[in-house]
Write a protein that binds this ligand. Structure first.
Ligand SMILES: O=C(O)CCC(=O)C(=O)O
Length: 368
């Protein structure tokens, strides 16, 4: 018998099960489905935190190795039960080049040196992105008069539509390559520039805004549209994450989506790298890397969802951002420094708190 997998995402497990059946055929037989565990240590496999439900699928596997989702798997017993003949076998993915969401050593080194990563495999296919874009208006419909897509902050806490994105295991594989085995997601927000929008994003470092220590956060920028230099795609200064936290001032550009930016002349725009992504692709960037984006003079929309992941050693200052909630993505939260958020049940919903505008409430504060 083998434990097929642990996930906070029921659909992922169902999908895995289907694929194991397909690949191992009649050898694999569904034995048991357990659902709804709360805060308990299940068979020594994984600890569940807060009220996040752990789902487990058990399979009878006469073979102890196989391949699914392009990944070689083997089944082993938990170490402490190794001599117990009745102990469950545990499903373990074996990292191989076939799983292209795991970062290579070269990619990890590139990120450390440059503070960003591009050229990653698409997370969503064009047809999946088309479906997501078709549903997006149902989220936008929840905005109140006077609000814009920028006000959709942390709605993954109340919208399954967004929660499923931020909990996508492909994205987690990428992030694990940067943050290591233990990390949570705490933030998501849209950056949308409609066709011919004059909106810009001034040069800034995310870490300047966020009341969080230490600086151990990765942003995943998921493109909802094809994004490039023609429609206001993001630019980043490679290596700028090594320069420490630079003082920001209130933006002089009235059309900047963010209120704070670096003073003119601190960075040379000529050093910037242009990000280009197809819809469904992602980029990664360090919370100290200097980045920004120009207006969108094109007839094409430029929409992206930023998703913020932090190592479990990161603590948010609740006095500055009292709404901060975490969702463990991988591993264990051995530090327990932050509140845990509830899993949303509705497909679309908005939080009943007014999200703190972190660019104004950042630990360094707005200085002119
Ligand atoms: O979407 C953009 O142009 C900027 C995004 C950004 O500033 C961020 O990810 O922090």
């Amino acid at each position: 018998m083998a434990l097929l997998g642990n996930s906070y995402d029921w659909h992922t497990l169902e999908n895995q099960l289907t694929q194991v059946h397909r690949l191992l055929g009649r050898q694999a037989h569904l034995l048991r489905v357990d659902m709804g565990y709360r805060s308990q240590n299940c068979s020594g496999t994984e600890t569940v935190h807060g009220n996040i439900r752990q789902r487990k699928l058990w399979l009878e596997l006469p073979t102890r190795a196989g391949v699914f989702r392009g990944e070689r798997i083997i089944c082993t017993k938990p170490r402490k039960n190794v001599d117990d003949p009745s102990a469950a076998w545990r499903y373990t993915p074996q990292h191989s080049p076939m799983n292209n969401y795991r970062l290579s050593e070269e990619q990890k080194t590139f990120y450390k040196v440059n503070g960003y990563l591009l050229g990653l495999p698409a997370i969503y296919s064009p047809s999946e992105m088309a479906l997501m874009n078709a549903e997006l208006p149902q989220l936008l419909d929840l905005l109140s008069p006077g609000e814009t897509a920028k006000d959709i902050r942390e709605w993954h806490e109340t919208s399954r539509y967004l929660y499923d994105i931020v909990m996508n295991p492909k994205i987690h594989d990428l992030v694990e390559g940067i943050l290591g085995p233990n990390f949570f997601i705490w933030g998501s927000s849209f950056f949308v520039k409609e066709p011919y929008s004059k909106s810009t994003v001034g040069w800034h470092q995310d870490a300047y805004y966020w009341p969080m220590t230490p600086h151990n956060t990765v942003t995943v920028w998921l493109a909802f549209d094809d994004v490039d230099e023609m429609n206001g795609g993001m630019k980043l200064i490679p290596g700028s994450q090594h320069k420490g936290i630079i003082k920001h001032r209130v933006s002089e550009r009235t059309d900047s989506i963010l209120k704070l930016e670096l003073e003119q002349g601190i960075i040379s725009e000529a050093d910037a790298i242009q990000f280009r992504l197809k819809a469904g692709e992602v980029s990664l960037h360090d919370d100290r890397a200097v980045h920004g984006s120009p207006a969108n003079p094109s007839p094409r929309r430029r929409a992206g969802l930023t998703i913020r992941y932090s190592g479990t050693n990161v603590k948010n200052d609740l006095a500055v951002n009292p709404n901060f909630k975490t969702y463990l993505c991988r591993g264990v939260d051995q530090f327990k420094l932050n509140p845990v958020g509830p899993v949303p049940s509705k497909r679309f919903g908005r939080p009943n708190f007014k999200a703190v505008s972190l660019e104004e409430a950042g630990s360094a504060g707005a200085k002119t």
